[in-house]
Design a binder for this molecule. Structure first.
Ligand SMILES: [Fe+2]
Length: 233
């Protein structure tokens, strides 16, 4: 009979892309998508699994829990676990933030909130593009909803693989502005990448996330944790 601890160890998994590699062309080319998902994201998942391996107390923790509880991670692996958990969580959100089907513009409650907090869709997009262009080095640009302050929408940027959840904001939409997301096609022209990206934004997913941002913290936690795939090993 094997060690029961080992049976309960959960492995973080690379989620499959929800669409074919070439389906976001011409805005994001298939080779960039292949390298980004199959190599970069895969490597964060692999490193996350290996960095928690020797800590049984972390084996059943979701990537989001690890990202939000750095104090619970042994100091010698804290930087690696947080960076790789963040890379895994952020990329998992990023793939779903896009779709070849477009979905045009936001609708319903999300559209109303964008109008209320930014004055309209175009001023929101301008704010998002300007913030994304200004990220120094590697990072992310987000549409997020404050978890207090009446649930106001805001544009945020994070560096490395930090996530707005750590700053009390719930992410609704995200774009990756690490060079690996755009350099093959756009080289140093990050602004072109940001502009073209709106054609592949999945507004349905952003609206879904807006809806779950209203759930109680416990329910929302379950919804988030369930989206980051794991399996027993
Ligand atoms: Fe990335």
């Amino acid at each position: 009979m094997g060690n029961l601890e080992a049976i309960h160890q959960l492995k973080h998994l690379l989620p499959a892309l929800p669409y074919p590699l070439a389906s976001l062309e011409p805005h994001i080319d298939a080779r960039t998508m292949m390298l980004h998902h199959d190599k970069h994201h895969a490597s964060y998942v692999k490193k996350l699994n290996s960095s928690v391996e020797k800590y049984p107390e972390l084996h059943e923790r979701s990537a989001i829990w690890l990202l939000l509880n750095p104090g619970e991670i042994p100091e010698e692996e804290r930087t690696a676990v947080c960076a790789n958990a963040g890379g895994h969580v952020n990329h998992s959100m990023f793939w779903r933030a896009m779709s070849p089907d477009g979905f045009g513009e936001p609708a319903g409650a999300l559209a109303d909130a964008i109008k209320r907090d930014f004055g309209g869709l175009e001023s929101f997009k301008t704010r998002f593009d300007e913030a994304g262009a200004k990220v120094f080095g590697s990072g992310w640009v987000w549409l997020a909803r404050a978890q207090q302050d009446g649930g106001k929408l805001t544009v945020l940027t994070t560096s490395g693989h930090d996530n707005p959840l750590s700053q009390g904001h719930f992410p609704l939409l995200v774009n990756d502005v690490w060079e690996h997301a755009y350099y093959l096609k756009h080289e140093n022209r990050r602004a072109d990448y940001l502009k073209g990206w709106w054609s592949v934004v999945n507004w349905k997913e952003a609206a879904r996330r807006f809806e779950i941002s209203d759930l109680s913290p416990e329910r929302r936690w379950e919804t988030e944790g369930g989206l980051i795939l794991r399996e027993s090993r």
